[in-house]
Design a protein. Sequence first.
Length: 221
Amino acid sequence: MRVRTLVTAFGIMLSLGLASCSTSATTTTTEPGSVETSQIFSDSYGKVTDSGYALPAIPIERLDKKFHRQIVSYETEYKRGTIIVDTRTRFLYYVMGGGKAVRYGIGIGKAGFAWKGEAYVAWKQEWPTWHPPAEMAQRKPEVAKYVEKGQGPSITNPLGARALYLFDDSGRDTLFRIHGTPEWNSIGTAASSGCIRMINQDVIDLYSRVRPGKNTRVVVI
């Protein structure tokens, strides 16, 4: 999560060219709903026990089918393993190569919190601890108790079952995350405070594919 001033600073940094590939990407695909789908995983949202935590089943039939995890045709200049986040369509693509990608539905930041640019996955964590920034606690006093000690892993933790931590090319933490969420019904909306949220079952799948390091690029367009 991120306060307005730091989001603004990060946006300026990106505009100066440190992470500006989003404006020149040649990723191409057809409009949502008309993309050729070779496999859809609508049956992958049942109850899951993961590291001792019981994730509830997702009523996936209540979510637009375009946001279900699926393998789609996706032509891009970016190499295999790149994560491309399309904030307009609310999709995250994991590039598989060979003109294919795994597509996931996501929730994105509200207006004023959203960001675009390029970073890399510096590290990842299963069942992370959440530390809200002090500025968030000012807006939401109910989370103030977690600023210092953090909210431990649980099925109600805002970071969900997995988190990917995004750093800029200078090695600094952007404080933006790709993470799970217990609020499955926020997928397809602009509801988070800047981070990219996924259904827990989906972020577990993405997590298993991602290898942290500067070679694992994240492009937000």
